[in-house]
Design a protein around this ligand. Sequence first.
Ligand code: SAM
Ligand code: SF4
Ligand code: F3S
Length: 481
Amino acid sequence: MFERPINSKDSTGTEMHDESRQGEALLLERPKQYTGRKLYIESYGCAMNFADSEIVASLMLDMGFETTDQYKQADVIFINTCSIRDNAEQRVRNRLREFSAAKNKRPGMTIGVLGCMAERLKSKFLEEEKLVDLVVGPDSYRDLPNLLSKADEGMRAVNVLLSREETYADISPVRLNSNGISAFVSIMRGCDNMCSFCVVPFTRGRERSRDPQSIIQESKELFEQGYREVTLLGQNVDSYKWNAEGDDHAENNVNFARLLELVALINPQLRVRFSTSHPKDITDEVLYIMKRYDNICNHIHLPVQSGNSRVLELMNRTYTREWYIERVDSIRRILPDCAISTDVISGFCTETDEEHQDTLSMMDYVQYDFAYMYTYSERPGTLAAKRFEDDVPEEVKTRRFNEILAKQQECSFNRLQQHIGKTHRVLIDGFSKKSDKDFSGKSEQNITIVFPASEKYQAGDYVNVKVERCTPATLIGQIVN
Ligand code: SAM
Ligand code: SF4
Ligand code: F3S
């Protein structure tokens, strides 16, 4: 999901980290060793990686850096990378070549590789890509000051240690590329599931949850700054769990349903979204909390991966087709207006044409509003790479992918048409991409709605919009009150 390159253009300002000791009103300023130096940061992969870039930007601004959206003018270029599929890694390598050319013209420049590819390839990166100066894994960003000075001295600067505790809970992210209305808030890191196709447990380490107080504080501050939507992020949000230290009272422990409620209670004007839900862990308790609070958006991203139980078992997803269908039925029963989106992989090891048909029939059954679709890409070191042969020929993977894509286009259009004539509460994002005579915003179900702009409203306001028609991906309507 969210797999698109984005450069982290100019950020809006520094966020100071106050360090006071035992109530003393003493501000301990860190030496701003890099004042005036320019940082360019570009991110790939999932929303969690983008959220991490905002932590990195915060740490770098703390050292005196300012951000630039022109990599050729930067003193430090960071590329925050993704390893999920081979093509994601190839894109990064191509981009590194362009950065290296820029470095040849500007020899003082430092190039750093961050994130999942850094973790997967470790110091091999320094040998493979000669112009890379720094390799930093996702749990080592606090070590950046030390690594940067090492790189400045021409030493090998690598830190890829994974942690069981690090959540960066105390760091206020610097919002990059922000529209000032929607923001991501990480609630946990890592993943303890071992889906056989997936590299994430190896690049992100063990699952750990972030202190709920810091999540609520960050969300409150966002609301106070004018943000109107937060998306709580984790690879498997349903297994969020916080046990207050030394507190045996079960009622003081926070699970995902309770966390969702606590964030929803900040203010009814703050929309709350979350991603990603795991079909084996999503509970009715979460669904009832969603039903109870109008500001928790009716949208669940519930990756299915395959509609066939044998393939799901090989994928080590730990649920069956029947279990998944039962979870979808619960969502439809408790939250009839809820949008459901998914991730699908075509051509996993040994998948037959018949088993692929089960994925298509699952799509018919669920009628997903949206889907991210992929062909299987073997990742070194994963369980599937060790145990199974990647034996579905590329052309078969692609044919199945195209059938999945066509099916999803049909489902998305069916679902969009069901909104015609209905009125949605829309959070305005800004003017539509095509015309500044129109506003664009999102419904609760995360569907884009375009409607004529009105001087009475601006980005960040809520309006009721009656849907009149739709294009293949967008609803079109009019403000009604
Ligand atoms: N944690 C989420 C989950 O459990 O579904 C999402 C994890 S991953 C960042 C996003 C999606 O990438 C997965 O849901 C899966 O569809 C896809 N993916 C992961 N590994 C893949 C691989 N080796 N080949 C193709 N797609 C893959
Ligand atoms: Fe990967 Fe599975 Fe964890 Fe998702 S739940 S990140 S697919 S191992
Ligand atoms: Fe995300 Fe890619 Fe890493 S999807 S967790 S950035 S491998």
